[in-house]
Design a protein around this ligand. Structure first.
Ligand code: ZN
Length: 128
């Protein structure tokens, strides 16, 4: 059983230290590569190529693609084919509180990134 280490801001620390918590986890088939451990390089196949794009390639490129020549080790599981996720069923009450703080932190971080993007977009002349 994997252990997931989560870092949270230590609310009692003024120097920005982190609290570390270990939570029980389980392995799940990697959602990015679906258990293959590899996927086609994002630069080539970010969202899957369309048949019209494929038709524009020359025969060599198509052959390389179909043979997996553009595959890279999965960027999410690093080739392990599985990812460790927190197993919510196994959390104690205290661990659940930690996990919920962690999820809230991640949401905050995502919101901040989105707000940053919006600010940059406005500063670069975007119309609000
Ligand atoms: Zn993967």
């Amino acid at each position: 059983m994997p252990t997931i280490t989560i870092e949270l801001d230590d609310l009692t620390s003024e120097s920005g230290e982190k609290e570390r918590h270990e939570l029980p986890g389980r392995f799940e088939v990697c959602p990015r590569c679906e258990g293959e451990g590899r996927h086609v390089h994002e630069a080539i196949d970010g969202n899957g190529i369309t048949s019209s794009e494929f038709a524009e390639w020359d025969a060599d490129d198509r052959e390389t693609y179909l043979a997996g020549g553009y595959d890279v080790t999965c960027s999410v599981c690093r080739g392990l084919r599985v990812v460790a996720i927190v197993d919510e069923a196994l959390l104690t009450e205290a661990q659940r509180a930690v996990y919920e703080r962690h999820l809230a932190d991640e949401q905050d971080a995502a919101r901040e990134r989105a707000a940053d993007r919006f600010t940059r977009w406005q500063e670069s002349g975007g119309v609000s």
